[in-house]
Design a protein around this ligand. Structure first.
Ligand code: PLP
Length: 394
């Protein structure tokens, strides 16, 4: 039987049209965009076309605002570097407590090695940002604010336009990690005060190892990777032309299909959740259900361990992911679930199902066929099973 892939926040299937667009640039059109001859010109034209497609996806003012990178991680690293370059007594960075490790690990290093003070803003039980906490620390010492547009585990969407405006009023730069949001919800950067934005190709049915850092026109930018003059001297290194072309195609498809796809994926996800809640007792949905990505479903199965659930799902050919990570040999709830202060027995049993345009009602039916029995099996062997009702009523 065909596997059911419901782990689209981890990565997505490369769209066949994306592969087709990339192929000529891996074969006959292999030129370097910097070369002065005709083969180089073919590559340069292709890179420019891809840049314009990403510009359209993001509602950027001009194509020069789009810088191609190796992915979301590099874009985040390059964006946060700007916090070290502000001067004028601005040496503080504000992030949320639920950012991706590609932000939090950089913050940790900057705190240790670059003398930057980092404020990590808390979230509530639904993963919503503590706005009062944000305004309290935002001020004339803030160099840069970095807040994710949507959370990769729960799909919770932050009010980015408002947060960016507040940052600008305080004279700070504003970066958003939009790796999970871009292509899934409407983004019009012209209408916001966002200065820097990260995007990744493989989350939108494009290739892996390619991404974008949007840099608002007029923002003084210090490159992370120095080298040649590529990307207007903002990112050295010969352009990954096939991947850039693939990302451009993925951006074009995402933008063209978004309204229809988002509605269909949301309906699929909502049906899925309603069925699970009806079939599996002591299960619940995590995150801000009113402000959420259309395809993300983070579900807690109180009293079960996510590792066991994933094991049995995998055996049944269903690929999802857990809301936990292996820390010192033991599975512990992720920093996101801990920041949301989920009850202990529930946080250990969180599974993230993430849907994309590739999923169908048949996939939902396949998961529902096996999930109730799998959760029961996982609960039967879980050390938390006994305490589950206590947690649920806490
Ligand atoms: N930021 C978020 C929110 C993500 O979900 C991810 C990938 O999981 C990244 C950044 C890293 O992106 P990449 O895999 O392109 O380095």
């Amino acid at each position: 039987m065909r596997p059911v892939y419901v782990d689209n926040n981890a990565t997505t299937r490369t769209d066949p049209d994306v592969v087709a667009a990339m192929l000529p640039h891996l074969t006959e059109d292999f030129g370097n965009p910097s070369s002065g001859h005709d083969l180089g010109a073919v590559a340069a034209v292709a890179v420019r076309a891809a840049r314009q497609k990403v510009q359209a996806l993001l509602g950027a003012l001009c194509e020069e605002e789009i810088v191609f990178t190796s992915g979301g991680t590099e874009s985040n690293n390059a964006a946060l570097l700007q916090a070290c370059e502000r001067g004028e007594g601005r040496n503080e960075l504000i992030v949320s407590a639920v950012e991706h490790p590609a932000i939090l690990a950089v913050c940790h290093a900057m705190e240790k090695n670059r003398g930057i003070k980092v404020h990590r803003i808390a979230v509530d039980g639904k993963g919503r940002l503590d706005l009062a906490g944000y305004t309290r620390v935002l001020g004339r010492r803030t160099a840069l604010v970095s807040m994710m547009w949507a959370n990769n585990e729960t799909g919770t969407i932050f009010p980015i336009a408002d947060l960016a405006q507040m940052a600008h009023e305080a004279g700070a730069l504003f970066h958003t990690d939009a790796v999970q949001a871009a292509g899934k919800i409407a983004i019009d950067l012209k209408a916001t005060n966002v200065d820097l934005l990260s995007l990744s190709g493989h989350k939108i049915h494009g290739p892996k190892g390619i991404g974008v850092l949007y840099v608002r026109k007029g923002v003084t930018f210090t490159p992370l990777l120095r080298g040649g003059h590529q990307e207007r001297a903002r990112r050295g290194g010969t352009e990954n032309v096939p991947a850039i072309v693939g990302l451009g195609k993925a951006a074009e498809l995402a933008e063209a299909r978004r309204p229809r796809n988002a509605a269909r994926i949301k309906a699929l996800r909502d049906d899925f959740e309603a069925l699970v809640l009806a079939c599996v007792e002591d299960s619940f949905v995590n995150g801000d259900v009113e402000h959420r990505l259309p395809g993300t479903s983070s579900m807690a199965f109180d009293g079960a361990e996510s590792e066991a659930i994933l094991f049995h799902l995998n055996k049944a050919g269903i690929y999802a992911s857990a809301g936990s990570a292996c820390t010192s040999g033991a599975m512990e709830p992720s920093h996101v679930l801990r920041a949301m202060k989920l009850p202990y027995t529930a946080a250990h049993g969180v599974i993230r199902f993430s849907f994309s345009r590739d999923n169908s009602p048949a996939d939902v039916a396949r998961v529902l066929d096996v999930l109730p029995a799998i959760v029961a099996k996982a609960r039967a062997v879980s050390p938390f099973a006994g305490s589950r009702r206590v947690a649920a009523s806490a």
